[in-house]
Design a protein around this ligand. Structure first.
Ligand SMILES: C[S@@+](CC[C@H](N)C(=O)[O-])C[C@H]1O[C@@H](n2cnc3c(N)ncnc32)[C@H](O)[C@@H]1O
Length: 273
C-alpha cells in the first residue's frame, strides 16, 4: 500500500468520527476516539507493516538510526534548542536516551548526565561515541518505576519516547518524582495528529525491505496534557511544529507532511498547591 493510499485512509478514518471542532471533547469521548483510531491503525497497517515489540524494534533500528534523514528528528533538533537553556553544572536525566543524541550534547555543555534506555543496541551505539565516558548509562524498562533517586535532577529530558509508553499517568509521575522542586521536565514527542495520517515510528529493514514498527500507542493531545497535570506538573511551554519547506529540503520524505503538525514540545514545572 502506498503512502498516498494510507493518507487517504487516515482522512477517511478521521471523518467517520462525529467530531465537532466547536465542541470540547470529553475525556470519555477522547478515549473512544483513541480506541477507534488504534483499531483502525492496526487494521490499516497490518498489511503494510510488521509491528514488533518496542525493544526488539529499537535493537534492530540502532544500526542505522543515526544515519537516516528522519524528518521528526530533524524537526525536533531545529526547535528544541531554546528549551535546553544553559545546563552547565546541572544534573540532567535523559529518559529514553537512544543513541545518545541529546545526552552527549548535554554532557558536552557541562551537565552531569544520567541516560536511561532498555535497548541494548541503542545504548551500545551511545556508549561508543566520543564523550560517552562522562555519562552514566542505565539499562532499564521505563514501564517500571525508574531506578533513580527522587528530586535528583535539575532537568529531566524525555525526547521522542512517549508514543511508546502505554501507561502515561505513572510515567509522568516518575518524571516529576525525579525532578527537583525548581527543576524542569522537557518533552518532545511525535504530534498526535500524525496518527491521523496512519504514521507511527517505523523504519525500513534493509535486509527484507519491509517496514518495521516498534510497537507504539496512538495517544491524544489530551492524554499527554492531562497526564502531566495529574502528575502535578504545570505547563510552562507548549508548542506544535509542522513540516515546512526547510524540512523537506533536508528530508524529501517529509514532503507528504508539508503543513501538517509533526512535533509537540512541552516544558513542565513541578506545581505546588
Ligand atoms: C525514537 S528513540 C529516541 C531516542 C532519543 N531520545 C532521541 O531523541 O534521539 C526512542 C527510544 O525510546 C526507548 N524506549 C522506548 N520505550 C522504552 C521503555 N519502555 N523503556 C526504556 N526505553 C524505551 C527506545 O529504546 C528508543 O531508544
Amino acid at each position: 500500500m502506498s503512502e498516498v493510499t494510507k493518507l487517504s485512509n487516515g482522512v477517511q478514518r478521521a471523518s467517520t468520527f462525529p467530531l465537532d471542532a466547536s465542541q470540547p471533547i470529553s475525556e470519555k469521548d477522547a478515549q473512544s476516539v483513541k480506541r477507534e483510531t488504534q483499531l483502525s491503525d492496526a487494521r490499516a497497517q497490518s498489511t503494510t507493516m510488521e509491528v514488533v515489540p518496542t525493544q526488539v524494534g529499537y535493537d534492530r533500528w540502532a544500526e542505522f538510526y543515526d544515519s537516516e534523514d528522519n524528518p521528526l528528528v530533524l524537526l525536533e533538533g531545529k526547535h528544541i534548542g531554546p528549551l535546553f537553556g544553559d545546563v552547565a553544572g546541572l544534573t540532567v536525566a535523559d529518559i529514553g536516551c537512544g543513541t545518545g543524541r541529546h545526552a552527549l550534547r548535554l554532557a558536552a555543555a557541562g551537565a552531569r548526565v544520567t541516560a536511561v534506555d532498555f535497548s541494548t543496541a541503542m545504548l551500545e551505539r551511545a556508549c561508543s561515541k566520543p564523550g560517552a565516558e562522562a555519562i552514566a548509562f542505565v539499562r532499564h524498562d521505563l514501564a517500571k518505576p525508574f531506578p533513580l533517586r527522587s528530586a535528583a535532577f535539575d532537568r529531566v529530558f524525555c525526547c521522542l519516547v512517549l508514543d511508546h509508553i502505554g501507561e502515561l499517568n505513572n510515567f509522568f509521575l516518575e518524571l516529576r518524582r525525579l525532578c527537583q522542586p525548581k527543576g524542569r521536565v522537557i518533552i518532545s514527542v511525535m504530534h498526535p495528529a500524525m496518527s491521523l495520517q496512519g504514521v507511527q515510528a517505523r523504519f525500513i529493514d534493509p535486509a527484507s525491505g519491509r517496514r518495521i514498527s516498534p510497537a507504539s500507542h496512538a495517544h491524544q493531545m489530551s492524554d499527554y496534557l492531562m497526564a502531566a497535570v495529574r502528575a502535578g506538573l504545570s505547563l510552562e511551554h507548549v508548542s506544535e511544529h509542522a513540516a515546512d519547506a526547510a524540512l523537506t529540503a533536508q528530508s524529501p520524505r517529509a514532503v507528504k507532511y508539508l503543513g501538517w503538525p509533526m512535533l509537540l514540545l512541552l516544558k513542565l514545572a513541578p506545581s505546588y498547591v
